[in-house]
Ligand binder design. Structure first.
Ligand SMILES: [Fe+2]
Ligand SMILES: [Fe+2]
Length: 176
C-alpha cells in the first residue's frame, strides 16, 4: 500500500510553487515517461514516478533584466541538490516511508551531473529511470521548461498516473 499518492504531492502548496518554476508540463511528462521506463527496467513505479515528478523542483530563477540568463544558471546552478532536499522534506511531511523518501531524493540528486566537476556517475536502476525519462523530454534551448499545461489537465494526468501505479502494484502483489 502506498503511503502517499502523487495527487497528495502535486496538490501540496510547496510542490505547486516549485513545480511551476521549471514547468509543470515538463514534470508531468517526465513522470509519465518514468512510468513506462520503470516497467521495462522492473523498477518500483511509485518511487520512479515520484522522483520524476519532483526532479526539477530545486530550480532557482536565474533572471537578469527580466530574461533567463543561461550563463548565470550554468555558473551557479545547484537545482539537483536543492531539489533533493526540498523533495525529501515534502515527502516526509506528507508521511512517506523514510527509506522511499531517501531513494527518491537520491534519484533527484543524481538526475543530472551538470553541476558536478566529474561526469562519471554510476547510477542504480531507479536513478537511471529518472535520468532517462528527463533526457527523453528535453528540447533544444530548454524549451521543455516553457511548455504549459492547465491545472485541470495536470490534475487529470496526475490522477491517471496514480491509478496506473496502483494497478501495477496490485498486479505485482497478485503474481508474487
Ligand atoms: Fe534538471
Ligand atoms: Fe528536467
Amino acid at each position: 500500500m502506498r503511503k502517499v499518492t502523487l495527487e497528495q504531492i502535486y496538490t501540496h502548496p510547496i510542490a505547486l510553487k516549485y513545480l511551476g518554476r521549471s514547468g509543470q508540463a515538463h514534470a508531468i511528462s517526465v513522470a509519465e515517461k518514468a512510468l513506462i521506463i520503470s516497467e521495462r527496467e522492473q523498477v518500483d513505479p511509485d518511487m520512479a514516478v515520484k522522483a520524476a515528478l519532483l526532479h526539477d523542483i530545486g530550480h532557482y530563477e536565474w533572471y537578469r533584466d527580466g530574461k533567463w540568463d543561461y550563463d548565470l544558471y550554468k555558473q551557479n546552478d545547484i537545482h539537483a541538490i536543492k531539489g533533493a532536499a526540498r523533495a525529501h522534506k515534502l515527502l516526509i511531511r506528507l508521511g512517506e516511508d523514510p527509506q522511499a523518501a531517501k531513494a527518491i531524493s537520491l534519484a533527484i540528486l543524481l538526475h543530472t551531473d551538470s553541476y558536478l566537476p566529474e561526469h562519471n556517475l554510476k547510477l542504480d536502476p531507479l536513478q537511471q529511470v529518472v535520468a532517462e525519462a528527463d533526457t527523453a523530454d528535453e528540447e533544444a534551448g530548454g524549451a521543455h521548461h516553457y511548455k504549459t499545461i492547465s491545472q485541470q489537465e495536470a490534475l487529470k494526468r496526475i490522477r491517471k498516473l496514480d491509478a496506473s501505479i496502483e494497478k501495477r502494484m496490485m498486479r505485482q502483489v497478485q503474481t508474487s
